[in-house]
Design a protein around this ligand. Sequence first.
Ligand SMILES: N[C@H](CCC[C@H](N)C(=O)O)C(=O)O
Length: 283
Amino acid sequence: MRLKFTKMQGAGNDFVVLDATRMPLALTPEQTRRLGDRRFGVGADQILVVEPGGRPDVDFRYRIFNNTGDEVEHCGNGARCFVRYVHEHGLTDRRSVRVETLNRLLELRLQDDGRVTVDMGPPEFEAAQVPFDAMGLAPRTVGGGVLWPVPVDGATVELAVVSMGNPHAVQRVDDVDTAPVPTQGPLIEQHPRFPRQVNAGYMQVLSRSRIRLRVYERGAGETLACGTGACAAVVAGIRLGWLDARVDVEARGGELTIEWAGEGHPVLMTGPAETVFEGEIEL
Ligand SMILES: N[C@H](CCC[C@H](N)C(=O)O)C(=O)O
């Protein structure tokens, strides 16, 4: 099958974007892995498939696959690239677009400066909803939130656990550059207390309005930025009393801004989204 694709990136988190608005596209996990493969394919952290909305109040659906071939619930950087994509490919001329993922309905807005603001939907802190098996653990209350003491590789790591539609486990570290992301990240990602695995975040608090963040992503491993991970870190930090309602997040690949006024308010993420190149591939 000959396939047209667009390579995009949002703060260094990179994607292969495919248009399935005119003709259904059913990729096998092997084909998805091939697209994500940085040597035998195009190379990307995730693969995004743009589909028709299917309902009057939904402009598009967008499906997200990690480069492992697994379909996932949400991708923040991908959402920003998605809205740039539908504009650049003439699929809409609306600056505000409603899009449905596996389990969320998102409102995306293309700003005049080219950045994109996404209403990422509400965070979910209830352990069972993340899902996280908290059985037998005594959480430590910090501010208005909790940290869970989770045994990892012989040590105890204090994790803030939150879902942004996809699962996140965030810990505070003194310096993200020296954090054990490559070694401890996969152990948290695959930890048995996360039945659907988890994205492992490492947050360094620079001030109440600025953090540095590294994320060992479920499936893709460490990425240069993780949009849902930035949201998860900020909302957890706000609840724990460490952060204010608007935070700039320094990821390795770029900067995101997250805003959350607390329970009952949307989590807004603003950041860059760029097309890198267009191409065709024989799958
Ligand atoms: N690896 C994530 C999906 C991509 C999320 C990330 N790329 C983002 O920007 O939110 C997961 O398995 O939940």
